[in-house]
Write a new protein. Structure first.
Length: 500
């Protein structure tokens, strides 16, 4: 306990430096803004902003990117409640009850419970990250190469199983992502793979080009297809104060949402979207006021908003302790760390204590900032909703092209970004979620490295993956997860949950 307090004190000394405070605030402001603006989302934004992190210290860069991620969970509720348009995927559920409350003149109360529930859940989840991080790190240090390979394989399978749409399509996207991650020069033999004689591919595909194209620019093209992204504001915010009855009904929902989100955030492929869906389904079953669901039940806002914020913060646990991304945003974080020359994993606590503890401390500071940003400044975010999208997207595209080019000063990266943007748009039209592809792209090279090490240590015996207890258990869980999703009833329930 004493060492935890000492480490957190060190983390706060890092997070409270003027530079880190400034970038945490910038991250929270950008996160809230892109959460408010329909159809952009944190994955697209973080992928677009990757180039500006190169000139910053690693700790500062990650603090800003983290602020964008959990800030978007706060901001996403604003458009869901006021416009019936989710600004972020995890805020889809908030539209179901939040907009109905707004139509009844209780938009202010819905926004208030969303912000306060988010703050409480984010604060609790930050404590969980701080407490569980070192514990899981010590466990992870006992992992061998075979165990790491099986853990990453499990992560990819669960990411595919929990992704929206067909499991077969998701597995195909994972395989494609792994294949793209293997493009370049083989570290051990020096042979070039999948380069097709193009010298620019000898170092592999650029992570920023893939992320920016497939998530950032593809999302802009999709938004131009959706005229509803330019809907006008038709409801008034009203008073931000909740009645005593609303407070009484919200507290149990916030507690349940925080608990559920904290657990689901750790799961690979889970994250904020799955947590908010799960919380809403749970509230409909356990609430004493279930007859009000569909007409503006405050529990349907309090639970999911708490769940998605708890999940967005606990999803850092597998990233910081095992080096494994649990969702697309965490895959971008891995990319950002690798670009900075840092290998995420169990040795990060010892090798990068400033980054590890500084990030955890900045999460709590960020939650306080977001509470201040969201409630008193709600009028500013409402005005932001009235900026026409035709003015926003050209500036984003110009910034994006300059950013991609500036990484390596190579126009080939811009061509790659355009190619991935077209691919991302086609994947969206074919209902093939690109998030598993990004996770596969990040984990693919790491999996290959651990596979080779395991085979070398076992002198080519593949049974090492089954005979080692940890590895065998992880492979068994992966097989069970795939087997369960083959059952028609479970597949149907998953589709219903994802459809909201």
């Amino acid at each position: 306990m004493e060492s935890l307090i000492a480490n957190l004190a060190h983390g706060f000394s890092v997070a409270l430096s003027w530079q880190n405070l400034l970038f945490a605030f910038i991250g929270c402001m950008i996160g809230t803004a892109i959460g408010v603006l329909p159809g952009i989302g944190p994955v697209a934004t973080i992928s677009l902003l990757l180039p500006i992190t190169f000139g910053q210290p690693a700790t500062t860069a990650i603090i800003m990117l983290a602020g964008i991620y959990y800030g978007a969970q706060y901001g996403g509720s604003t458009t869901s409640i006021l416009l019936n348009l989710p600004g972020e995927v995890s805020a889809v559920v908030t539209t179901l009850e939040g907009y109905k409350m707004a139509r009844k003149g209780r938009a202010g109360a819905a926004l208030c419970v969303a912000a306060l529930g988010s703050f409480f859940a984010g604060s609790v989840a930050t404590v969980l990250v701080a407490a569980s991080g070192p514990l899981l790190t010590s466990v992870a240090l006992s992992f061998g190469p075979a165990d790491y390979f099986s853990l990453m394989l499990l992560g990819l399978i669960i990411a595919a199983v929990l992704a929206q749409g067909s499991v077969i399509k998701s597995i195909g996207m994972v395989v494609l992502g792994v294949a793209l991650g293997l493009v370049g020069t083989d570290v051990q033999t020096g042979q070039q793979r999948f380069t097709f004689g193009i010298p620019e591919l000898s170092d592999g595909l650029d992570f920023a080009a893939l992320a920016m194209g497939m998530f950032g620019i593809a999302e802009i093209i999709l938004n131009l297809d959706r005229p509803e992204a330019r809907s006008a504001l038709t409801v008034k915010v009203g008073s931000l104060y909740m009645t005593r009855e609303e407070v009484k009904r919200s507290i149990p929902s916030v507690l349940r949402g925080t608990a559920l989100g904290s657990v689901l955030g750790i799961l690979p492929g889970g994250g904020a979207a799955l947590a908010s869906f799960g919380s809403y389904m749970m509230e409909r079953r356990v609430s004493k006021n279930r007859h009000e669901f569909g007409t503006g039940a405050i529990e349907g806002v309090a639970g999911p908003e708490s769940a998605n914020n708890a999940a967005s913060q606990t999803s850092f646990i597998p990233l910081l302790t095992l080096g494994i991304p649990s969702n697309a945003v965490m895959a971008l974080m891995v990319g950002a760390l690798i670009i900075q020359g840092i290998q995420p994993g169990p040795r990060m606590v010892e090798a990068q204590p400033d980054l590890f503890w500084g990030l955890i401390a900045s999460m709590w500071i960020g939650n306080v900032m977001l509470l201040i940003i969201n409630l008193p400044m709600i009028g500013m975010w409402v005005r932001l909703l009235q900026v026409p999208y035709r003015y926003l997207y050209p500036s984003i595209l110009i910034f994006c092209s300059i950013g991609v080019y500036s990484i390596n000063n190579n126009v080939f990266d811009v061509y790659l970004t355009v190619l991935f943007a077209i691919a991302g748009y086609l994947f969206a039209k074919l209902r093939m979620e690109p998030a598993p592809l990004l996770i596969g792209f990040v984990l693919g090279p790491m999996m290959e490295e651990h596979l080779r090490r395991a085979m070398l240590l076992s002198r080519g015996d593949p049974m090492v993956f089954v005979e080692r207890p940890i590895s065998g258990t992880l492979l068994a869980i992966a097989a069970i997860a795939l087997g369960l999703m083959a059952l028609p009833n479970l597949r149907k329930k998953k589709e219903e949950a994802m459809a909201g």
